[in-house]
Design a protein around this ligand. Sequence first.
Ligand code: XLS
Ligand code: NI
Ligand code: NI
Length: 442
Amino acid sequence: MSILIGEQEYFKGIGKIAYEGPSSDNPLAYRWYDENRVIAGKTMKEHLRFAVAYWHSFCGNGSDPFGGPTQFFPWDKKAEAVDRAKDKADAAFEFITKLGLPYYCFHDVDVVDYGSDVKENENRLQTLTAYLSEKQKASGTKLLWGTANLFSHHRYMNGAATNPDFNVVAHAGAQIKMALDATIALGGENYVFWGGREGYMSLLNTNMKREQEHFAQMLKMAVAYGRANGFKGKFFIEPKPCEPTKHQYDYDAATVIGFLRQHDLLADFSLNLEVNHATLAGHTFEHELQVAADAGLLGSIDANRGDYQNGWDTDQFPIDLTEWTKSMLIILEANGLQGGGINFDAKIRRNSTDAEDLFHAHIGGIDTVARALVIADSIRTNGEYDKIRKDRYASFDAGQGASFEKGGLSLENLFDHAAANGEPAMISGRQEYLENMINRFL
Ligand code: XLS
Ligand code: NI
Ligand code: NI
């Protein structure tokens, strides 16, 4: 992949980020991410399928509820929306190709600003789709997923597909159609639904059943449209329990799986799991990965982290090696992500205002995840971890335990077995031993 620079160079003085190995002290080099290194039969690039998120990296400007922008982008200067959008695309592809990552992800309105004229929005997005398509061809970068932002505009304050007003629901559908068109035209490998306003602020004014049925209806229409127009990829739902609404219908992995099953959507959908959303739901990230993996629905990841001291989606870059090692154990055991990749849904802090900060953030996240992959593979290759977990269930591998698993026993059989065998010996769960073992490999 060669560096792609547009009319002007936006990240001057920073070249291609190279792999230099763990002993390097160059802050603008990878110490663990060596895209060609083979781990468990696949290259790191194939395992991780890293993506840069357009919204945080090129649109998010540091503003928060207490203050305006702190990050003033040179690509955000021109008067016309389409001109600004092209500059932004130049900056994005320069950045992505300097990092050497294979993918990017976007919302429709990250790519180009929307107004309230649907047809004009479509023209804008189509113009930018053509522009991005050229950039993809020239660089080899691919689109991991596209999505529609159905949460920022004021019309969505009561929800998008779950809005009580059909006129708003129609706007949501229009945006999904256009975002799907762009995703398909750009060879996007997946399409994401994150239901930012699909939930409620108060049950007093909400018909939850009806809203959820509307949501399922919208998903079915999206699948029908996508498939009719040549989209072969997966649709993902990204669970999150709250924020911006008090309660979001796509609460967590288990809730979403139940919803997909109820509405017969399992064939086309799987899950895009985000670290910080897991913690907001009161789960570990590993828990969410395991729930999805067990259902065969581990699709994709939004990599970031929250803050232990507060309870909102701080979207910080991932740096926790222990968390990622435990996550990688689950991902490897599940045979990898099904169709998705690892998208950095993360932003630099409001007071990180150097152009280099965006590189440091990504390099740190990329190296954390790559290093976790190496460690998790060593743990699995060593074998003891798998053996301990397998042995713990050995009583179900033969005899009465095996019959139980196959549904061959009755409650009377259990009574007889318990009566004949007496009080079971105590068997330690050996949690501390396992925790120490993981640390030995870090
Ligand atoms: C917000 C979500 C959002 C989705 C894409 O919390 O993580 O960024 O990933 O709409
Ligand atoms: Ni996300
Ligand atoms: Ni998020």
